[in-house]
Design a protein around this ligand. Structure first.
Ligand code: SAM
Length: 204
């Protein structure tokens, strides 16, 4: 089993400076739910592909995933992340105090839509549709061609993908979405992320 969250960095090798700062801040704050280094590497790669575009994230936490994104993002990119817990948002804001590309909102995840549409959107604290939550409307949130990333799935072993023995409706929503080309990437033997691209074909 792969170690998850902030603890996954206990044995991680060299990290980008901003990521190391965010991990240290998360440890000091006792925040355990940071994205793992494998998903972080994926986020950095996806951010590199965006150029001077707009990157969004729901669920900032202490800013570890956002730090991976910022480490790959173009100097002219804009990154906006939303976190509803003010104490956690303050920790993240301190990490990015020196990076004018980054803005952290203290609000419910739905407030992020006003800063879009996004070229890259990471759903980690709302909008992904897990646990019966409401998934975003991709036609509103993403630019045509925009990319979506969601982590923290267990790798599928067959079809349909299962969650606790039942069809995983959140994952199926994205894999079968008519306006998205989505795939599941296995990043460790026990964890997977979804990455999708808006085709530009509107569904309404
Ligand atoms: C998995 S953690 C985020 C980890 C972070 N993205 C990272 O990569 O380190 C999920 C975060 O979403 C936040 N969250 C949960 N519900 C939310 C909501 N309705 N609106 C905004 N943030 C929310 C939680 O407070 C928590 O910090």
């Amino acid at each position: 089993m792969t170690t998850r969250g902030t603890a996954a960095y206990d044995h991680a090798g060299d990290l980008p400076e901003l990521v190391a700062a965010a991990v240290a801040a998360a440890r000091r704050a006792g925040f355990g739910n940071s994205c793992g280094p494998e998903h972080g590497e994926l986020l950095r790669t996806l951010a590199r592909g965006i150029g001077p575009g707009t990157i969004g994230e729901t669920g900032t936490g202490c800013g570890v995933g956002l730090a991976w994104l910022a480490s790959g993002a173009h100097p002219g990119a804009r990154l906006v992340s939303v976190e509803h817990d003010p104490a956690v948002a303050r920790v993240a804001a301190a990490v990015f105090a020196g990076d004018p590309r980054v803005e952290i909102l203290t609000a419910d995840w739905r407030a992020l839509v006003r800063h879009g549409p996004f070229d890259l959107l990471v759903l980690d604290g709302g909008g992904h549709g897990k646990q019966g939550g409401e998934p975003i409307d991709v036609d509103v949130w993403l630019r045509p061609g925009g990319v979506l990333a969601i982590d923290d799935f267990t790798p599928s072993r067959g079809w349909p993908p299962l969650h606790r023995g039942q069809p995983d409706h959140a994952r199926l929503h994205w894999l079968l979405h008519p306006a998205m080309l989505t795939t599941e990437l296995r990043l460790t033997p026990s964890s997977a992320s979804l990455v999708g691209r808006h085709t530009g074909i509107r569904t309404v």
